[in-house]
Every structure is written in structure tokens, then in C-alpha cells.
Write a protein that binds this ligand. Structure first.
Ligand SMILES: [Zn+2]
Length: 427
């Protein structure tokens, strides 16, 4: 059977476009546009400026992803259109097929009727031939008699002529009857042959229609598969966009926090006019010291996923892993890896094991010397923004909120706004 895919070439074209889009998207991840909050500057004002720059970079990234999304929408619309067209054509062909099948059935019964007529005509002819030969024999029996003999055996002159006329009429009628029978027989045979040819033609038409239908169904199936592929790509894309939105919200939160901090610093500066007062304030902001970093997941000291490029378990492509994955039991304690001030607490899924996108519930602690630590996918958050925490202090419990496949702590260390490998710090 002939099974070439109508849109085979076009589908692979779409596949290529999608691959390019996926690569572009990967590059978006790799550039770190969607990595955790940046704290590069030494003063709050500079931090705020950088956070705002990051916000505008995220907006640009959002616009770029929206463009990709629109392209995928177009692909989906195109494939949906193709599918609808193929389904419509398939329905039309099915109607035609039903029509032709009915025609075939009619032709077959017409042929059968013609055969029956033909057989009946032949039988009729045979019987008439028997009757005819009997009539001929009867007439031959008369033949030895001369017209004189008939004349002599006739009772009257009237009877003689009547007998002659009668015999002639009978012979003529018999001849006519034979001719009619022959014509009828020929006609029936012609009808039969025509019906037979017609039926054979119809069979060919139906066979051809069956092949076309099978091909159409295969085309429709191929298009349905293409459509599914595009839908899957689209849903992945949409999930990635949702992730990005969550990250953008996080940065917005950071900006808000930093703005509050600027305002409070201004108030402090106004209140404490002397250099001595400023020095005291600066001293108070200094983090609790200690070069060491504690292991943030006391119950389990294994790194299950290292820092660096890795294959993403949900999106199924390579991306930068900006931290390490530790532990893995719901409710396990998570402790501050170093002393510092809580910079950010985001806990929309507080107390829940799962839910949301991106980091889910998370905490950022500022260690004051360019270092921050980040704790993500939390179940419970036990600290508030502005709180001073000491090294080893319990700050959260383990969960699987956000984009996560199971309970674990995603732990990051940032130095001047860039992630570094936490394995080189924590012990
Ligand atoms: Zn992780």
C-alpha cells in the first residue's frame, strides 16, 4: 500500500526550528539570566541599582521567550489546520467510499438479475425450440399429403382453404416466436455482460478508494503526532516561562527589600549625624565572623547533585546547576551555613511538601562580606527578614516545593553576585 507522509518534509522543518528555539532557550539559561539574586555591590544603593538592571534584563528575557512562545503557537495552529483539513478530506472520502460501495452492491445485484434473465431466456428458448420442432414434425406429417389429398379429405371447399390458411399462420407465428426468443436471448446476454463489466469497474473504484482512505488515515495520524510533539514543546516552554516569572518575582521582592533597607539607612544617617554614630552602626552591621562554613543539612552529608552543567530531570536538557543538592527527607532540619542577616524569605507554600515553580519556599542569608547563601525547595521557613542568625542555627525544614522532583535542599553560595561551587566552602 502507498503510505507516503504528506507533511513529512514540513514536519522535520518544524522540528529543526524547534531545536534552534530550544538551543536559544538553553543559552538563555546558560547566561545566568534566571539564576538567583545578585548581590554584587558593597553598598545597598549599588545593590539596588544592580537588582534593577537585573530586572530589566529579565524583562528582555521575558519578551524573547514570549517571541519563542508565539512561534510555537504558530506551529501549533498550522499543524491543527493541517489536521482539520486531513480529517475533512478523510470524511469526504469516506462518504464517497460509502456511495461507491452502494453503487457496487447495486451493480452486483443488477449483474445477478441479468444472469437470471439470461438463464430464463435460454430455458425459454430451449422449451420453445422443443415445441417448435414438435410443430415442425406435425407439419412434416402433413407434408406427404398433396394439396389434392387435403382437398379430397376436406369436407368442403371452405374447409380446404381454412386448413391451408391455418397451417400458414401457424408456421409464420412459430417463425416469429423463434426470432423473438433469439433476440430476447441476445439482449439478456448483452445486459449480463454489461452488468458484469460494470461490477468489475466498480470493484476497481472501491479498491482505489480503500487505498486512498488508508493513506489519508496514515497522514492524519502522522499529523496528530506532529501536533502532540508541538503541544509538548509548548507546555515545556510555558513551564519554563512560569519558572522565569517566579524568578522575576523573586528579584522584585529583593528590590523591595533593598529599597526598605535604603530608606532605613537614610533614617539612621539622619538620626546619627556624627561619624562616631556611623562607625557604631557600621560595626553593628558587621556579620558574626568565622571563616568556616557549616554543612547546611546535618542529617545527610552527601552531595546528590553537584554544582555545574547538568542534565535537567524535568526539562530534559543541559543547563547550569547553580548550587548543590543535599539530603532528602521531608522535615529534616536545615541550618544556616554561616552567621549573617536574613535578607530574603519567600514562603508562599509554607508548611507544604510541594507546590509552585522555581525555588518554591526559600531563604537568602547575607553574610556581609560579599557572600550570600541561598536555601531552596523548603517546607517550613523558621526565620524572618532582618533577623541575625548564627552558624548552625536551624532556619528551615526540608521540602520539595518549586521545580523539584523530590525532597532535597538546593543550596547556593553567591560571591559578589555570582554563584560559586558550595562544595569548596561547606564542611
Ligand atoms: Zn539544585
Amino acid at each position: 500500500m502507498y503510505k507516503k507522509r504528506l507533511f513529512g518534509r514540513r514536519s522535520s522543518g518544524i522540528g529543526k526550528i524547534s531545536l534552534v528555539l530550544a538551543l536559544l532557550f538553553l543559552m538563555g539559561w546558560a547566561t545566568g539570566l534566571v539564576s538567583p539574586p545578585v548581590r554584587a555591590a558593597s553598598t545597598t544603593r549599588e545593590e539596588l541599582k544592580e537588582a534593577k538592571e537585573r530586572q530589566s534584563a529579565l524583562s528582555a528575557e521575558k519578551a524573547r521567550l514570549a517571541g519563542i512562545s508565539r512561534q510555537l503557537d504558530r506551529e501549533r495552529d498550522e499543524l491543527t489546520g493541517q489536521l482539520a483539513w486531513l480529517n475533512k478530506r478523510s470524511d469526504e472520502q469516506k462518504n464517497l467510499y460509502r456511495e461507491k460501495t452502494a453503487q457496487l452492491e447495486a451493480a452486483v445485484s443488477e449483474m445477478e438479475q441479468a444472469y437470471a434473465d439470461y438463464v430464463a431466456a435460454e430455458e425459454d428458448l430451449a422449451s420453445k425450440q422443443v415445441q417448435y420442432s414438435q410443430r415442425i414434425r406435425t407439419m412434416i406429417n402433413y407434408r406427404p399429403k398433396s394439396i389434392l389429398e387435403i382437398f379430397l379429405s376436406s369436407k368442403s371447399l371452405q374447409g380446404f382453404f381454412t386448413t391451408l390458411q391455418f397451417m400458414s399462420i401457424i408456421a409464420d407465428a412459430d417463425q416469429q416466436m423463434i426470432e423473438d426468443l433469439q433476440a430476447g436471448k441476445d439482449h439478456a446476454a448483452l445486459l449480463r455482460d454489461l452488468a458484469k463489466q460494470h461490477a468489475a469497474d466498480m470493484e476497481e473504484v472501491v479498491e482505489q478508494l480503500e487505498a486512498e482512505l488508508a493513506k489519508l488515515e496514515a497522514d492524519a495520524e502522522a499529523t496528530r503526532q506532529d501536533l502532540e510533539e508541538v503541544e509538548l514543546k509548548l507546555s515545556r516552554q510555558q513551564q519554563a516561562e512560569a519558572d522565569l516569572l517566579a524568578e522575576a518575582a523573586m528579584v522584585a521582592e529583593l528590590v523591595k527589600t533593598l529599597q526598605k533597607k535604603v530608606a532605613s539607612e537614610q533614617a539612621t544617617a539622619a538620626a546619627k549625624a556624627t561619624a562616631a554614630a556611623r562607625a557604631t552602626a557600621a560595626a553593628q552591621r558587621k556579620p558574626v565572623s568565622g571563616k568556616g562554613w557549616a554543612w547546611p543539612y546535618p542529617a545527610d552529608r552527601t552531595i546528590y547533585s553537584a554544582y555545574g552543567m547538568r542534565f535537567h530531570p524535568i526539562y530534559h536538557y543541559y543547563r547550569m546547576h547553580t548550587g548543590v543538592d543535599l539530603g532528602g527527607k521531608y522535615g529534616n532540619s536545615i541550618v544556616a551555613s554561616r552567621a549573617g542577616e536574613v535578607l530574603l524569605v519567600r514562603n508562599p507554600y509554607e508548611g507544604r511538601n510541594t507546590g509552585g515553580y522555581g525555588y518554591g519556599n526559600y531563604i537568602v542569608i547575607d553574610h556581609g562580606d560579599g557572600y550570600c547563601s541561598l536555601y531552596a525547595h523548603l517546607k517550613n521557613t523558621l526565620v524572618r527578614v532582618g533577623q541575625q542568625v548564627s552558624i548552625g542555627q536551624k532556619i528551615a525544614t526540608c521540602g520539595s516545593t518549586g521545580t523539584s522532583t523530590g525532597p532535597h535542599l538546593h543550596f547556593e553560595i553567591l560571591y559578589n553576585g555570582s554563584t560559586v561551587d558550595p562544595a569548596k566552602y561547606i564542611r
